[in-house]
Design a binder for this molecule. Structure first.
Ligand code: AHG
Ligand code: MN
Ligand code: MN
Length: 345
């Protein structure tokens, strides 16, 4: 038993004393951590319980839902309901905003979540994760209008994710650095394992779904082609490539050893605005990345400054080591913007 490491509660209560993190936020984060622990066990036992495979339904994204997408969504929703300060929930798996309070007040929370990220990995026993983001209301809002949850990423007071891998990780920021916990098998406790996770500025590792090469715009194609040209190319060094099909896992690797993650818009997904969703995928990851000293951009704009226009809006994302992301932003600056599309292909 790792008694020498602070538990999540001990850590957060210290945060409460030194950074003013509210007690209700501490309780909410503990409830979310519990939801993630339950999800981890549902995944682990999925094949015995008959929980693997399709749920036979589609979500608002038009994607087929896995049974575990629905199960994980219900766990998140159920545990968030424990906190009386949560006014609303926005989930990847639910089309409309879930209002928990009829008259949301100043100080209440909105929780945004992707209950299972990388769910195509489930049926082949590869790792998956969960992502969440918390915004605190600075004014009373109208619960009859779903557009009131459309908040910029800069309004987040907390973001985090869980990794359901060989070990279960729970990584959070409340705006004072990024801290990683591991779930201790046996006691079920989350104990601190990585304080102040920091992304190295430079990297020689990138993550992109290279099967989309023919659809990419010019700056992305240039970046990729220069990386794979290796020692004899313009970068003068060899790069490594990783792609896990779960952004959580790719970001966890980047927070641990650096790297860059790209899911750009391209000619095949541009009509949808990209692949990844702003409110519950890009924004929480952007907050974590920036808190760890990295950079998060669409290529042209800082992710956290993007004004959302709908709950399930998609956005191009480039995350990771500062110098590498700045280089890619430079490629976008040098590339002309065409009329009617973000970038020429
Ligand atoms: P989700 O399972 O929540 O729909 O998200 C999957 C996302 C992201 O996690 C991952 O990086 C990407 O989709 C994988 O896309 P490809 O299928 O193009 O590899
Ligand atoms: Mn996802
Ligand atoms: Mn998902």
């Amino acid at each position: 038993m790792p008694h020498d490491r602070p538990t999540l509660r001990q850590f957060l209560l210290k945060d409460y004393r030194t950074h003013g993190t509210e007690k209700d936020l501490v309780f909410l984060l503990e409830d979310i951590a519990t939801a993630c622990r339950v999800i981890a066990s549902r995944i682990r036992n999925g094949s015995f319980a008959g929980d693997l495979g399709s749920a036979g339904s589609t979500n608002i994204q038009g994607e087929t839902q896995k049974q575990l997408d629905v199960i994980a969504n219900d766990e998140f929703e159920g545990h968030c309901r424990n906190c009386s300060r949560v006014a609303a929930l926005v989930s990847e798996e639910v089309e409309d905003v879930i209002w928990l309070k009829a008259t949301p007040a100043v100080g209440d929370y909105i929780v945004y979540f992707d209950p299972l990220d990388g769910s195509s990995n489930l049926d082949v026993n590869l790792s998956v994760g969960s992502i969440f983001s918390i915004v605190q209301l600075t004014e009373a809002i109208d619960a009859s209008d779903d557009r009131t949850v459309l908040r910029r990423g800069t309004e987040q007071i907390c973001a985090g994710y869980a990794v359901y891998g060989p070990a279960m990780s729970f990584v959070i920021t409340t705006g004072a650095g990024v801290h990683g916990f591991t779930n201790h098998l046996g006691s079920g406790e989350f104990r601190l394992v990585s304080r102040d996770m920091t992304i190295p500025e430079e990297t020689d590792e990138f993550a992109i779904n290279a099967s989309r090469h023919s659809s990419w715009n010019q700056p992305i194609r240039r970046y990729f082609d220069e990386c794979v040209a290796g020692k004899d190319g313009p970068r003068g060094k060899t790069f490594n490539m990783r792609w896990t099909a779960s952004m959580v896992l790719d970001i966890h690797r980047i927070l641990t050893r650096g790297g860059v993650f790209l899911y750009p818009d391209d000619s095949a997904n541009r009509a949808q605005g990209g692949k990844l969703r702003l409110l519950y995928e890009a924004n929480p990851m952007a907050m974590l990345i920036e808190q760890a000293g990295g950079r998060a951009t669409t290529g042209r704009d800082r992710i956290l400054d993007v004004q959302p226009t709908s709950s399930h809006q998609r956005v191009p994302v480039i995350f990771g080591s500062k110098a590498e992301v700045e280089r890619i932003e430079g490629y976008f600056e040098e590339s002309p913007v065409s009329v009617g599309a973000q970038d020429p292909v």
